[in-house]
Every structure is written in structure tokens, then in C-alpha cells.
Design a protein. Structure first.
Length: 317
């Protein structure tokens, strides 16, 4: 039975143990990133497809006559047409909770860089300004403490809960936005009400038609001028043009982003064109500690192994 990992190099940087996959009774092909021509060819006779971010749309799934299982090497499944797979009774299985520690650490790395003004101080150091100072310390940029600040969480699943828990260890107050699904909860706030109260807003919800550009011009206008926006979820949650304007106009104080709408971005991406001390961007690596990536591969292997044994686990469709 043939199996293919469609974008292996987006998970493995030659630092993972892949024996858990190799030991499965499958004939594996690992693509650094599959081309359109390669995908079209392998769809004819491959039973198991593993994708991190390669899109498997309805047309691809319809052509994949031998396809019996799709494994997503991630938690988010917006790159898979779940309806098309369900119509053919092809399970789509994801992996959850593999990168919790990694993402939480990255969220606070972004936040601490901003409240401690690390980008501005680093630039000043490179320019020799500390070396020219009359004092042992260099206080040109105001530094804030997290203790006593209010953190707003949008998306209170595995990651949102873990970030909220860590925030309490920094002495922060935590507010949770109402879920967009199900009945309202008494201990959560409508998003519009939450936005005006938080010093930091951290996004941890999935990207859906309902959440696309969840944070746009109107929502940014409801936030404090001193507020910080953090997004380690999906780039499409934030209207980037509106964010750029809000940063340049000091409508909010700062933003820390690990994700953009188009990845990888073009060289002329507006948020990357000019270095801003109130904007920290990392290249979608919040999830990507070596330990988290190993847990992810192990989780994919476990999903396939269970399926081969007749027990489908982590099915999302």
C-alpha cells in the first residue's frame, strides 16, 4: 500500500527520528514539497496521504481513486476539503496537543520582546548608543511589566487555556472571549466588550469563514492605544492592511505575529517592507520546537497505525 508525505521538509529539518513512519507496513515516498505534477501523478495509486499545508481540494480528492486515508500533520485542517473526503468516506485525521509548550513559550517570547522593548534596545546597541551613554544603564525606551496587565484570549481550546495559565504566573489578569459556537458562557465576554479592556490580545482560534479578518479596522479601533496584539494562530484572522494602519497611527501600541495571510510572504509584503520597533514577526515557527515536531510525526504514525488496525483516531470529518 502506497503512502506519501506531501511536504516532509515543512516538518523535518534533518533532526527527527522517522522510524515510527518507516516501520509501518506502507511503501513511503517523502516529498520535500510535492509539485502539482507530482501530486497529479501520485493521486492515481496512493492510499495514504500526509499533508502539513499542501492543499487537497475537492478536485484532488475526486481524482484520488485509491485514496483511503488523509492525515494532517497539524491540528488545523483548513487545507483539506473535509466535505469532499467525507462524501467518499475517507477519514481525515489530525494531531492535537503536540506543540502546546512550544506555542506558549513563543507567545510570551513575542510579548516579552515587545513590553521589554528588545527590538529597539538591540538596534540601539548595534548603533553604539549604550557604549556612548554616561550611565551604566540605557533607559531611552520605556519598559513595561506584565504583572497587573490584562490578557484577552480569543479561542479557549488547548492553546488558549495553556497561554491563559502561563499568564497567571506572570501576574496577569485573564479575560476570555465568548465562543462563536454554542451557547454563551457566563464567565466569558463578547469580543467587542473584551477588546476595550485588554492590554494584550492573543488569538488562538481556527481560521474559518466566520473568523477571517476577525480583527480588522473596527476591532482595532475598540482596543486601547497601549494594547498589544498577538497572533500565533492563522494569518487570515487579522486584516493586515488595517493592522499596518493601526500600528503606523499608534492606534494600538504593538503587534507580535508568527503568521501572515500569505506564507511565505513576498519580498514586498507591507508589514515586512519597513522595520518597525513596535512590530515583531517570526516565520510561522511558534509550533516548531524539535520536541513538538517529533511529537507531531509520532502522532501521524499513531493515527495511521490505528487506522491499519481498524480503529480510526482523531477523525475531524
Amino acid at each position: 500500500m502506497r503512502a506519501a508525505f506531501l511536504d516532509w521538509d515543512s516538518v523535518n529539518a534533518n533532526d527527527l527520528d522517522a522510524r515510527c513512519l518507516a516501520e509501518l507496513p506502507l511503501d513511503w515516498t517523502y516529498y520535500p514539497k510535492v509539485s502539482a505534477a507530482e501530486l497529479d501523478q501520485l493521486l492515481t495509486d496512493t492510499a495514504v496521504l500526509v499533508s502539513n499545508k499542501v492543499v487537497l481540494d475537492a478536485a484532488s480528492i475526486a481524482r484520488a481513486k485509491a485514496l483511503r486515508l488523509i492525515c494532517v500533520a497539524a491540528t488545523g485542517t483548513n487545507n483539506i476539503d473535509l466535505t469532499a473526503a467525507a462524501k467518499r468516506d475517507i477519514p481525515v485525521c489530525n494531531v492535537t496537543a503536540y506543540a502546546t509548550d512550544s506555542v506558549v513559550q513563543h507567545v510570551f517570547m513575542l510579548l516579552l520582546n515587545l513590553v521589554r522593548q528588545q527590538p529597539a534596545y538591540q538596534e540601539a546597541l548595534v548603533r553604539g548608543r549604550w557604549q556612548q551613554s554616561q550611565h551604566f544603564c540605557f533607559l531611552d525606551f520605556s519598559i513595561e511589566s506584565l504583572a497587573g496587565k490584562t490578557l484577552g484570549i480569543v479561542g479557549y481550546g488547548e492553546l488558549g487555556r495553556a497561554v491563559a495559565n502561563m499568564a497567571k504566573h506572570f501576574g496577569m489578569h485573564v479575560l476570555i472571549a465568548q465562543s462563536m459556537q454554542g451557547e454563551p458562557s457566563k464567565d466569558r465576554l463578547p469580543l467587542d466588550e473584551l477588546l476595550g479592556q485588554v492590554d494584550v490580545l492573543s488569538l488562538h482560534c481556527p481560521l474559518t469563514t466566520q473568523t477571517r479578518h476577525l480583527i480588522s479596522e473596527r476591532e482595532l479601533g475598540l482596543m486601547k492605544p497601549s494594547a498589544i496584539l498577538l497572533n500565533t494562530a492563522r494569518g487570515g484572522l487579522v486584516d493586515e492592511a488595517a493592522l499596518l494602519q493601526a500600528l503606523d497611527n499608534r492606534q494600538i501600541a504593538a503587534a507580535g505575529l508568527d503568521v501572515l495571510e500569505l506564507e511565505p510572504p513576498g519580498q514586498d509584503h507591507p508589514l515586512l517592507r519597513i522595520q518597525r520597533p513596535n512590530l515583531v514577526i517570526t516565520p510561522h515557527i511558534a509550533w516548531a520546537s524539535r520536541q513538538a515536531r517529533q511529537k507531531l510525526v509520532n502522532g501521524v504514525a499513531a493515527n495511521i497505525d490505528n487506522w491499519l488496525k481498524g480503529k480510526v483516531t482523531n477523525r475531524v470529518n
